[in-house]
Design a protein around this ligand. Structure first.
Ligand SMILES: NC(=O)c1ccc[n+]([C@@H]2O[C@H](COP(=O)([O-])OP(=O)(O)OC[C@H]3O[C@@H](n4cnc5c(N)ncnc54)[C@H](OP(=O)(O)O)[C@@H]3O)[C@@H](O)[C@H]2O)c1
Length: 231
């Protein structure tokens, strides 16, 4: 049976590789990104998909545009992947880049973005027989990960995990499974070239986990290989 996915931040990094794998496997994809006009690789994968892919333009924090996209989509969404994310200033207490503007961007994108995305596409998840919301978080957001830097990235992903738990509680009655995921330390623009794993290793692991998700596991925080992680 074909699975229908929607992915935010689909134009590069882990989101692009998940998009490529989903289209290659024969599934259907709504790919959301801020600048489709410059998303060369994503456009190529969608063009080669025989109509199974469609690209929409939106910021992950733009509620109105997300709602307009939701109105254009006909039919259900099985797996909603809230992947779009940004790093904060990476330093410690003295990092001057931790200012009101950068803090607002990281909290809005990483914490509020998944909430706005879930709200916009809730009606499409309700049309699925196995609806799932998958939030790409980070182990840096776990209270057990003892860091000394990147304050607001950590806080934003802790917030994303908290949003995940509240969504899981609220949407359980609808039969919607909600979980968050650590994608590994991945060689992307965010992860850098010294990271542990490739986008392909991360994306293929994540997709396996999305496919295995059941309502009994709602509220979980999982590694890309399925290992449970502490919130
Ligand atoms: N790489 C890692 O090691 C790692 C580790 C843990 C967690 N993560 C998480 O994994 C996810 C993907 O990361 P990545 O490594 O693939 O990062 P990346 O290569 O930097 O890509 C980030 C993606 O998010 C999009 N994005 C950022 N802000 C957005 C916004 N306001 N609205 C819509 N799209 C936005 C970017 O779009 P533009 O091209 O328009 O900027 C891009 O598509 C993120 O949530 C990240 O926090 C990554």
């Amino acid at each position: 049976m074909t699975t229908t996915y929607l992915i935010t931040g689909a134009n590069r990094g882990i989101g692009l590789e998940m998009s490529r794998l989903i289209l290659q496997s024969g599934d259907r994809l709504y790919a959301v990104c801020r600048n489709p006009e410059t998303a060369t690789e994503l456009n190529k994968f969608v063009q080669e998909s025989n109509g199974r892919g469609q690209i929409f333009k939106s910021d992950a924090c733009d509620e109105e545009t997300l709602a307009n996209i939701a109105d254009k989509i006909v039919g259900g969404i099985d797996v909603l992947v809230c992947n779009a994310g940004v790093m904060s200033a990476r330093g410690g207490l003295g990092d001057a880049a931790n200012n009101a503007s950068s803090v607002s961007t990281v909290l809005m994108t990483n914490t509020a973005g998944p909430f706005f995305t879930a709200r916009a596409f809730h009606k499409h998840l309700q049309q699925s027989s196995a609806p799932r919301i998958c939030i790409i978080s980070s182990y840096m957001g776990s209270q057990q990960h003892q860091g000394t830097s990147a304050y607001f990235y950590r806080a934003s992903k802790a917030g994303a995990n908290n949003i995940m738990v509240t969504l899981a509680n609220e949407l359980k009655a609808d039969g919607i499974t909600v979980a968050s995921f650590h994608p590994g330390w991945v060689k992307t623009e965010m992860g850098g070239s010294g990271a542990d794993i490739t986008p392909n290793e991360s994306a293929s692991g994540l997709i396996n986990q999305f496919q295995a998700l059941k309502l009994a596991n709602t509220g979980s925080f999982l590694n890309y290989d399925g290992k449970p992680l502490p919130l």
